[in-house]
Design a protein around this ligand. Sequence first.
Ligand SMILES: O=C(O)CC1=CCC(=O)O1
Length: 259
Amino acid sequence: MQVLNRPWGAMHYRIDGPADGPVVVFANSLGTDLRLWDPLLAEMPGIRAVRFDKRGHGLSDEGGEFRVEDLADDAAALIEHLGLKQVVFVGLSIGGMIAQIISSRRADLVGAVVLANTAVKMGTQQSWDERIAAIRSGGLGSIVDLVMQRWFAPKFRAQPELAIWRNMVARTSASGYIAACHALSAAELTDAATRISLPAMVIAGEQDGSSPAELVKATADLVAGATFHVIPDAGHLPCVEQPAAFAALLGRFLKEHSA
Ligand SMILES: O=C(O)CC1=CCC(=O)O1
C-alpha cells in the first residue's frame, strides 16, 4: 500500500507483479476500488500492475468536487511520480474516461490504451441527478440492486461472490460517489477520443446495462485504428465476470504494443 500526496489529499496506489514485466496502469470504475482488478491480475501474473483509488473511493481521500479531467491529472501525476513512460493504460467505465483523456493528452506517458466499457458520454444529466437524489435520501444501499443488474449478467448475479461486489458499492463513501456522479454528468469526451493517436483496443460486455456494446462501439469508431471486441456473457465489469477472456485480449494487446 502506497500513497501519493496530491493537492486534494492522499491518493492510495499499489504496484504488483515482476519488476521486469510490462507496465500496465489500471483505472477503475464508479463505486469500485482497485480490487476491481484482482480477478484479472490473477490471470496475468507476468505484468507489472499499477493500480490506484480515485478520489472519494477505496482508501484515497475525497477532496470535494472534481471533473474527469482532474482524475486524468491524478493518473498522470502517479505515472510521473513513479518515473514511468510509455505505459499501457487500461481504464474501465469512468476509468475509461480517464484513459481517453490521458491518452489524448499525454503520449509522453502512455504508449497504448485500452478503453473498457466506456464511452465519450455515459448517462444523461437526468439519470445522474436521479441517482444522486436516491443516494441522498436512501444511501448507497438503496441503489445497489440496480447497480448489480447493470454490472453483471444474470448467471453471475446468482453466485455467492455477488455479495462482495454489493458490499464494495454499499461501503463506498456516499459523498465520494456523488462527486464522481457529478463528474460523469459533466463529461463529454468526443474531442478527446478523436485526438487519440496511440494504439488502442476497445472492449465491451455483451450484456452491459450501463454502457451497452453499441454505445461503446460508437466511441471505438471515433478512435483511429482502434480494435473493438465484445466479451460474451459479461456485463459492465468483464474483468470480474470473465477475467480469462479479458486477460486473453489484454495479453495479445500487450505482446503487440508494450514498450
Ligand atoms: O454504476 C454504473 O451504472 C456503472 C458506471 C457508470 C460509470 C462508471 O464508472 O460505472
